[in-house]
Design a protein around this ligand. Structure first.
Ligand code: ADP
Ligand code: MG
Length: 145
């Protein structure tokens, strides 16, 4: 599915709406340039699950955990990692075992090694259409293509 958003709020709200369709244990792999809106979308998904804490980018911490919602929400940013091995080192299996929602920014860094299924979300700046325009594609990856 392809979507166009024209503001931060529209991207956030798309995340809220998307969350309403998700089951616990879902992995969401996000990619897009710096400032594309990966965190904006993530804040929407988190609030869709009832998270009340402020969701901030985990660039330096790799993962932030939010437990104020209906199920745990784990927000990874793997920009500083180089492979899936780095994720295992910080306890990936323990996060997966908690059966929450996992959102991962810069997922392409580890995507070849992620377990299926997951949602693949790509956000592209459409500067040709305006400074605040983003194209967001959401695809379900049930198994390796
Ligand atoms: P990322 O996590 O991909 O680096 P962020 O979500 O942190 O990006 O930041 C997106 C930036 O782009 C914010 O400053 C936001 O205000 C701005 N912005 C402008 N238009 C949009 C849009 N349509 N969707 C999301 N963010 C937008
Ligand atoms: Mg971000």
């Amino acid at each position: 599915m392809q979507y166009i958003t024209k503001s931060y709020d529209e991207t956030h709200n798309l995340g809220v709406e998307f969350a309403s369709k998700l089951k616990e244990g879902t992995l969401i792999a996000l990619d897009g340039d710096l400032g594309a809106g990966k965190t904006a979308f993530t804040t929407g998904v988190a609030s869709g699950f009832g998270v009340t804490e402020t969701v901030t980018s985990p660039t330096f911490t790799i993962v932030n955990e939010y437990r104020s919602g209906r199920i745990p929400v784990f927000h990874f940013d793997v920009y500083r990692l180089s492979s899936m091995d780095d994720l295992y080192d910080i306890g990936w299996d323990d996060y997966v075992a908690q059966n929450g929602i996992i959102l991962m920014e810069w997922a392409s860094i580890v995507k070849d090694d992620l377990d299926y299924p997951y949602y693949e979300i790509n956000i592209t700046k459409r500067l040709d259409l305006g400074d605040d325009v983003r194209e967001i594609s959401i695809e379900y990856r049930g198994e390796k293509l």
